[in-house]
Design a protein around this ligand. Structure first.
Ligand SMILES: Nc1ccn([C@@H]2O[C@H](COP(=O)(O)OP(=O)(O)OP(=O)(O)O)[C@@H](O)[C@H]2O)c(=O)n1
Ligand SMILES: C[C@](O)(CO)[C@H](O)COP(=O)(O)O
Length: 220
């Protein structure tokens, strides 16, 4: 098994208001923390970082113990992911696709997810929903409860045997489907993905308050 991690980091941080990937988290930029987790994983042979050159140079400058490739991003996350897929090294059999904005992921969870995908074809970090869910109308009035049994919050990495994810995105592109994660692409070809409980906070840095929460979790 040869696994390449694809870290997508070409977004515009609109909801944050400034470059969230450059934001320091206990002194280390968010993106560097994310990439370093995959460099530390013994299951990962190479890393593709999907990011603008200036962001890459500023946040990840220096030498690496593994092959690290940079490619430009696309107009949306799924385009960036596909740019990353197009750049994986020859011989890659499994890819681990991760949001650069998720710096708290653990190497242990990464390794469990990659191993599960190597065996079953598709696996993704997620966490079971533990709160009560409501569907509200446009005015914010709760109208109905949503059964939370068997519901999960999707995280990353999302890991796949390479031919599977390539076939999934070919279908997505052919049918012009918009997806917000790779598991949705697998659904487009009727392939289920094993959900792997990461067992550790793995929040996506999205809004300013997420930085303070992530820092507190780091220090806990
Ligand atoms: N065109 C895009 C959009 C997003 N991403 C990456 O996908 C991850 C998850 O996306 P999100 O949290 O939505 O980041 P942004 O798109 O930057 O956030 P916003 O929607 O607030 O602009 C991030 O690491 C982001 O950099 C990307 O590589 N290319
Ligand atoms: C991929 C993801 O992090 C899984 O929850 C999420 O779909 C990314 O959504 P975003 O709107 O691109 O942040």
């Amino acid at each position: 098994m040869s696994c390449c991690a694809i870290v997508v980091a070409a977004g515009s941080s609109r909801r944050m208001g400034f470059d969230k990937l450059a934001a320091p988290l206990s002194g280390v930029p968010v993106l560097r923390r994310s990439v370093e987790k995959f460099l530390a994983s013994s299951a990962v042979s190479s890393v593709v970082v999907v990011a603008p050159a200036d962001r890459f140079d500023e946040l990840l400058g220096g030498s690496f113990a593994k092959a690290v490739i940079r490619v430009d991003g696309g107009c949306n996350r799924q385009d960036s992911v596909q740019n990353g897929l197009a750049a994986v090294p020859q011989g890659t059999t499994v890819v681990a696709i991760h949001d650069g904005a998720r710096p708290l992921v653990t190497v242990e969870a990464i390794d469990r997810c990659i191993a599960a995908a190597a065996e079953s074809g598709a696996a993704a970090l997620a966490r079971p929903v533990t709160e009560t869910l409501k569907r509200a109308d446009a005015d914010g009035l709760a109208r109905e409860s949503v059964d939370r049994e068997q519901l999960w919050f999707m995280e990353t990495p999302q890991c796949f045997q390479l031919p599977l994810i390539l076939r999934a995105y070919a279908e997505v592109n052919q049918r012009q489907i918009t997806v917000t994660d790779e598991v949705s692409a697998l659904e487009a070809i009727g392939i289920p993905t094993l959900l792997v409980d990461g067992r550790h906070p793995n929040l996506k840095i999205t809004h300013p308050s997420d930085l303070a929460l992530a820092a507190a979790l780091l220090d806990s």
